[in-house]
Design a protein around this ligand. Structure first.
Ligand code: NAD
Length: 497
């Protein structure tokens, strides 16, 4: 099954509707993090290839923008349907190149696919407005147009969903795109783009340039006047540098960056629900999610029981290759990720944290870290400020609501927060006071295609999904005309109304 699937994955660049080699013939290897084995070699785009992809997107721009919205919608809907038919291929491929357990990869096919269905529905609802100005002397017609060719850069942790969350709204809005998938997990994007070709997305509308040198390929594209939009999902440091580059060309930008999500458990919380929410918010994707709960702040009255219940559940988690039945914790993406998790745990323990379970890397093959619960995490520990991106659950305690909220907000990030409380008024106060783009109130999962995903502060700007998602790819213009009645009243007698 694995061999058969890999033999069917396109491994080239996709430019102007054709699969092709890199212009200098170079390739790079994609590995299975569960074994360290090479899965396949993929063509590595050069800077010139990147610009050829932009040429194609620019050539296709006018025709795609003029394609009726219903036709754009139906192509996205056909892609959604075919993705469901090919679900098993996409799920297995994600597990192979990224490591997530197969059941979660299946969940990502569902989640990622929903962006195709959602934006198929949004494509035909791009509205505008018509209104009278306050003086009554004119009429304002507000309309929306596709922003133009867009460059989409995606991370490795959700290989399908991060691609569909950008490609679907861009195509729905009438934009053509150049996609640069993460070098660690390009295969899912390549297979997905082949699916778009198969359902009939016209040549040049979607182009893909996998590369082992993201900077060299991206800089000339960002510098090119024909590009009008950058949408990036990835780490905050890379996002900052791309924003600086985008400023030279005054690009529209959407930035989905890093997080440091607080997970608050109040004394009145339903602890069964809180434990279930914690497991989902922490261990989904083996902790490698921008939405992963990073800091557990638990009221001191319930912290011991919360930690006991969680530890029992975490000790029972099976660790192994994501392709094996019953595995809850797959490998981390690479050696650096294992070293980072271990460094943060070691630092926390040196500062007084207690290891309840786990707390160490697991010998290879593959890049595994034992699922870990730490309690008594002390202020000043790096694990409270750095994105862990691994299966490590770190618990500290609080005494009052004010303390909980102040500590939750004490971070440069503001992507998501989670809170468990049975008191609706407290929930509402949290909604108003937490500095975050998203809040999971009594739930450990917030992602949904119908909701505007995104962060505040250094977690980024712009929203993906929801009614807001398509507007990231639309320009707003207005046309002003004189009051048509007043004009006529100068040529006719009496009130023409
Ligand atoms: P990363 O920033 O290292 O890489 C992201 C993408 O940027 C990759 O495609 C990479 O090749 C590319 N890239 C790196 N340097 C570049 C450069 N100089 N020029 C152009 N492109 C460049 O992030 P990652 O390790 O792939 O992903 C993990 C990070 O992504 C975490 O911080 C996580 O929180 C964040 N993330 C955020 C969201 C969100 O929606 N907010 C979602 C998923 C992941």
């Amino acid at each position: 099954m694995t061999h058969d699937l890999l033999s069917r994955i396109p491994t080239g660049l996709f430019i102007d509707g054709t699969w092709q080699d890199a212009s200098d013939g170079s390739t790079f290897a994609v590995h299975d993090p569960a074994t360290g084995d090479v899965l396949v070699e993929v063509s590595s785009a050069t800077a010139a290839d990147g610009l050829r992809a932009l040429d194609a997107a620019d050539r296709a721009r006018a025709d795609w923008a003029a394609t009726p919205p219903r036709q754009r919608a139906e192509l996205l809907r056909a892609a959604f349907d075919l993705l469901q038919e090919r679900r098993d291929d996409f799920a297995l491929l994600m597990t192979l190149e990224m490591g997530k357990p197969l059941a979660e990869a299946n969940g990502e096919v569902t989640y990622g696919g929903e962006f195709l269905r959602w934006f198929a529905e949004e494509a035909v609802r791009i509205g505008g407005s018509y209104g009278t100005n306050p003086e009554g002397s004119g009429r304002t017609i507000v309309s929306h147009k596709p922003v133009g060719p867009a460059y989409l850069i995606t991370p490795w942790n959700f290989p399908l969903a991060m691609a569909t969350r950008k490609i679907a709204p861009a195509l729905a809005a009438g934009c053509t795109v150049v996609v640069k998938p993460a070098e660690l997990t390009p295969l899912t994007t390549l297979l997905f783009v082949d699916l778009l070709r198969e359902v009939g997305v016209p040549d040049g509308v979607v182009n893909v340039v996998p590369t082992s040198d993201a900077k060299a390929v991206s800089a000339p594209i960002l510098d090119d006047r024909r590009l009008r939009k950058l949408s990036f999902t990835g780490s905050t440091p890379v996002g900052r540098s791309l924003l600086a580059q985008a400023s030279e060309n005054v690009l529209r930008t959407s930035m989905e960056l890093g997080g440091n999500a607080p997970f608050l458990v109040f004394a009145d919380a339903d602890l069964d629900e809180a434990v279930a929410g914690a497991l989902a918010a922490k261990f989904r994707n083996t902790g490698q999610a921008c939405t992963a709960a990073n800091r557990f702040l638990v009221h001191e009255d319930v912290a011991a029981e919360f930690a006991d219940r969680l530890t029992a559940r975490v000790e029972a988690m099976r660790v192994g290759p994501g392709t094996e039945d019953g595995v809850a914790i797959g490998p981390l993406i690479d050696d650096r990720a294992v070293a980072k998790a271990d460094r943060l745990v070691t630092d926390a323990v040196e500062r007084g944290a207690v290891v309840r379970t786990g707390g160490h890397p697991i010998d290879g093959p593959g890049t595994f870290y034992a699922p870990t619960v730490l309690t008594d995490v002390q202020p000043g520990s790096a694990i409270l400020t750095d994105e862990i991106f691994g299966p490590v659950l770190a618990i500290a305690t609080f005494a009052t609501d004010d303390e909980a909220i102040t500590r939750a907000n004490d971070t440069e990030y503001g992507l998501v927060a989670y809170a468990f409380t049975e008191d609706p008024a407290r929930g509402q106060r949290l909604m108003e006071r937490l500095e975050t783009g998203m809040l999971g109130l009594n739930t450990g999962v917030v992602s949904n295609a119908s909701a505007p995903f995104g962060g505040v502060k250094q977690s980024g700007m712009g929203r993906e999904g929801g009614a807001e998602g398509i507007s990231e790819y639309l320009e707003t213009m207005y046309t002003l005309t004189p009051d048509p009645f007043r004009k006529r009243s100068t040529t006719t007698t009496g009130d023409a109304r």
